[in-house]
Design a protein around this ligand. Structure first.
Ligand SMILES: Nc1ncnc2c1ncn2[C@@H]1O[C@H](COP(=O)(O)OP(=O)(O)OP(=O)(O)O)[C@@H](O)[C@H]1O
Length: 314
């Protein structure tokens, strides 16, 4: 596939040195699973600084290690080597300051929309009065447009509604950093576009630092200040960062006619297509090179009776 680059988007190489306003920092981070011959090196030498208030999108192909990357940031996985810091302090486990929204909503099935959100609010804001907590829960139910469904349980909701509850539940905990792991990937195009607008609106109001994983380049350009590709694994590494120089607020329908948008989309897509091709070529080269020498054996006919095979001398 060849795609013309219409504009010349600014490309910057990842800077391994943390800047003063860096809130999240990964320096030389490596992560793999298993041991011995079954060892799978997933991420290699990941260097990334996320600035305060920045919306960063990480794009990559399926299986490249995006969720592993996000679990490291969330503190759900530990790096094998390298430094993983939040405000200069090592990330050693999950923390309500880093709120994670998964692609599968993980709501408690026996609680209503209100109950699911209240559970998180009550666990984080223990010192608040009952009324204050209740108002806070209602504010976030309203924010994601679910006031009419606040009494329903997850099985009575559509996929898009469940995803909203999941988003509201995380936002209501007021995390300093919002980690979104493909939060919209399971949704249809219409619902996805509505929720993209909602995430953007909330982010523009709150200006939390936000890291979002997505496999959709258009979505990344719509929401992000910077886009960082995750090169295909195994041993996935970070590609060069693409700065999104588009004014906000951004309207998805208008962006399609914007030359800067089209140029950036082509540049990111071209990059991803090129690294995937290289990865496939590398894989093919490895599989073509003879690694195992097979013994020189003659096959025996299985049509012979069993006894004949056993007595055969050839
Ligand atoms: N806990 C684990 N134990 C062993 N292997 C794992 C574990 N978690 C992830 N992996 C492996 O790491 C690789 C990357 O997985 P990961 O889920 O991070 O990719 P991804 O880019 O998020 O994929 P997708 O887009 O399909 O969700 C895969 O080969 C997966 O099998």
């Amino acid at each position: 596939m060849s795609v013309a680059v219409l504009a010349d988007p600014k490309i910057e190489t990842p800077v391994p040195v943390a800047r003063p306003n860096t809130v999240l920092s990964m320096q030389g981070v490596c992560k793999g699973f298993g041991s011995g011959v079954t060892r799978n090196e997933v991420l290699t030498n990941i260097n990334l600084n996320v600035r305060e208030g920045e919306f960063l999108a990480v794009v990559g192909f399926s299986g490249s290690g995006k969720s592993t990357f996000m679990k490291l940031l969330a503190g759900l996985e530990k790096p094998d080597s390298g430094d993983l810091l939040m405000n200069g302090q090592p990330i050693i486990g999950p923390d309500p300051q880093r709120g994670l929204v998964f692609q599968n909503y993980s709501l408690l099935p026996w609680l209503t929309v209100r109950g699911n959100i209240a559970l998180s609010v009550n666990s984080v804001f223990k010192t608040w009065g009952k009324g204050e907590r209740r108002d806070h829960v209602e504010k976030f139910i309203e924010m994601v447009g679910l006031a009419h469904a606040a009494h329903r349980r997850p099985h009575e909701l559509s996929g898009g509604m469940r995803q909203r509850v999941s988003l509201a539940r995380t936002l209501a905990m007021k995390p300093k950093i919002l980690l979104l792991d493909e939060p919209l990937s399971a949704l249809d195009a219409m619902t996805r576009s509505v929720l993209q607008d909602e995430i953007l609106k909330i982010w523009e109001e709150e200006r939390q630092t936000c890291v979002m994983i997505t496999n959709d380049v258009d979505e990344a350009i719509l929401v992000a200040d910077r886009i960082v590709p995750l090169n295909p694994g195994p041993k996935a590494s970070m590609g060069p960062a693409f700065t999104v120089e588009l004014d906000r607020p951004r309207i998805a329908a208008e962006l399609n006619h914007n030359d800067k948008f089209k140029g950036l989309r082509n540049a990111v897509t071209n990059y991803l297509v090129a690294v995937r091709q290289k990865s496939r070529d590398d894989e093919a080269a490895v599989s073509q090179s003879p690694q195992i020498e097979l013994p020189d054996l003659q096959p025996r006919s299985l049509t012979l009776p069993r006894k004949a095979i056993l007595n055969s001398t050839t």
